[in-house]
Design a protein around this ligand. Structure first.
Ligand SMILES: [Zn+2]
Length: 384
C-alpha cells in the first residue's frame, strides 16, 4: 500500500537533497531515492538504483511496472530529486517541513519538484491490477539543479528505453514542447601587472576585457539577427554579461580579469559550434595584445530542447489538461531523455514562479488534475 499523498510529500521534503556545484552545500539525494524505491517496490515495481560512477552519494532510480518489452516501449514519468540551495532567513516556515496554509503546501522542493512523485505514484496505482500492453516507468534523477549529472548518466547508460516521457517540472499543467539551452561560461584574461604610471610595464587585462565585451555584444547582435523563434517570449538567443572580477588597485596595471556570461540558444542551434565560434571571435578581438584568454563552461552546457508540437504526446496532454502547448524559459533534462529516443514533453503541477524561491509551495488544486491527466496518458500508451 502506498502512503497518503501528504505523507509522501512530507517525507520527501523532510530529506535535504540540495545539489550545488559548490561542494560545501552539495548534499546526497540517496534518502529521497530510497523512499521512492521502497514505495514503488511495495506496489510491485521493479526498481534499479543507479549510483553515479564518480559520486557514491548520488543516484538515479529507474522503476518499472508491466511487461518487459525488448524494444522498451511504454511511458516514462521522470523527475529530479534534488533542490536548489535555500536561504533559511527568508523562509517563514521550516523549509524541510510541509506546512499547509490557504490550500498551499509550503516546503523546499514542494513545487520543484518533489511534489511530482506522489502525483505520479497516485496516478500509477490505478493501473496496478490491469493488464498492461507496455510498461510504466518512474525515473528519479540526481543533480538536475547543478550539473545534470544524473540525466547525463542515464543518457550514457542508454537507460531507460521507452516510447514517451513526461518530465514533471512545474509548468502549471501546460505541456511544454521546447526550451532554450543554457551555458554558463567564464572568460578569463591573464595579462601582466606593473606600475600604472607606465602602461608599457605590463599588459592590461581590463583594457583587453573592453575588447572582449565589445565582441560579445557584437556576437549577440549577430546571433539575434540570424536566429529567431516566435514560439518564445524572448524570441532570440540571449547572451548576458553577468558579473566581472578584475584587478586589485588603481595604481597597478590590471593583470587578471574574469567575466561570467550566460548564453541561451534556441532549439536547432548547435551549442558546441556556437561556443567554438565565440572562442575564435574573442581570440581575434584581443589578438593585438599579449594576453592569454580562456573560455570555460561552468559545467557541460544544457542543450536546447524541442519536440514536435503536433506530436501525439503533446496533443494528448493538451487535450486532457485543457492547456495549449507552450515553451518556457528554464532548462530541463528534456534533451537527455529525448536523446534516448523518447517523445518527450515537460508537464507537471505547480508554477515555476514559486520554484527556486523562499516560501516555495505547491498549490493543492494542481494535484488532482495533474494525476488525472497522467492517468489518461497512461491509459493511452500503456493499457489498451
Ligand atoms: Zn526542477
Amino acid at each position: 500500500m502506498l502512503p497518503k499523498f501528504d505523507d509522501m510529500l512530507t517525507t520527501l521534503v523532510s530529506e535535504p537533497s540540495v545539489s550545488s556545484t559548490t561542494p560545501d552545500i552539495d548534499r546526497s539525494n540517496l534518502r529521497v531515492i530510497e523512499h521512492l524505491a521502497n514505495w514503488l517496490d511495495d506496489i510491485g515495481f521493479d526498481t534499479e538504483l543507479m549510483t553515479l560512477p564518480d559520486n557514491p552519494k548520488k543516484a538515479n532510480l529507474i522503476a518499472s511496472f508491466g511487461p518487459t518489452l525488448d524494444e522498451g516501449g511504454g511511458l516514462v514519468l521522470a523527475g529530479h530529486t534534488d533542490t536548489v540551495p535555500y536561504d533559511e532567513s527568508k523562509w517563514q516556515t521550516d523549509p524541510f517541513t510541509i506546512t499547509e496554509r490557504d490550500d498551499k503546501l509550503y516546503g523546499l522542493g514542494s513545487c520543484d519538484m518533489k511534489g511530482f512523485f506522489p502525483v505520479a505514484l497516485e496516478a500509477v496505482t490505478t493501473f496496478l491490477d490491469q493488464d498492461l500492453k507496455a510498461p510504466i516507468t518512474i525515473v528519479a534523477t540526481s543533480d538536475e539543479e547543478s550539473s545534470m549529472a544524473g540525466a547525463r548518466y542515464l543518457a550514457a547508460k542508454e537507460k531507460p528505453k521507452a516510447d514517451y516521457a513526461i518530465i514533471g517540472e512545474p509548468t502549471g499543467l501546460r505541456p511544454i514542447y521546447a526550451h532554450k539551452g543554457i551555458a554558463f561560461m567564464s572568460v578569463k584574461l591573464q595579462g601582466e601587472s606593473g606600475h600604472s604610471s607606465n602602461p608599457d610595464l605590463g599588459c592590461n587585462a581590463l583594457d583587453a576585457m573592453h575588447d572582449v565585451m565589445g565582441e560579445l555584444i557584437q556576437f549577440r547582435t549577430e546571433l539575434a539577427k540570424q536566429n529567431q523563434n516566435p514560439a518564445f517570449e524572448v524570441n532570440v538567443p540571449t547572451l548576458n554579461l553577468g558579473c566581472m572580477h578584475a584587478g586589485d588597485s588603481p595604481n597597478r596595471i590590471c593583470s587578471h580579469a574574469e567575466l561570467q556570461i550566460d548564453l541561451r540558444l534556441l532549439p536547432g542551434m548547435d551549442t558546441h559550434a556556437t561556443i567554438e565560434m565565440l572562442l575564435y571571435r574573442l581570440q581575434q578581438a584581443i589578438a593585438h595584445c599579449d594576453i592569454k584568454l580562456e573560455l570555460n563552461t561552468h559545467y557541460p552546457p544544457i542543450p536546447p530542447f524541442e519536440s514536435d508540437i503536433d506530436s501525439d504526446l503533446v496533443q494528448t496532454l493538451a487535450k486532457h489538461s485543457g492547456n495549449a502547448p507552450g515553451t518556457v524559459a528554464f532548462g530541463t533534462e528534456g534533451h537527455f531523455l529525448q536523446s534516448l529516443g523518447m517523445e518527450t514533453v515537460v508537464f507537471g503541477p505547480g508554477s515555476i514562479d514559486q520554484a527556486h524561491q523562499p516560501n516555495e509551495y505547491l498549490a493543492r488544486d494542481q494535484i488532482a488534475p495533474a494525476a488525472e491527466t497522467l492517468r489518461h496518458v497512461i491509459q493511452r500508451y500503456c493499457v489498451g
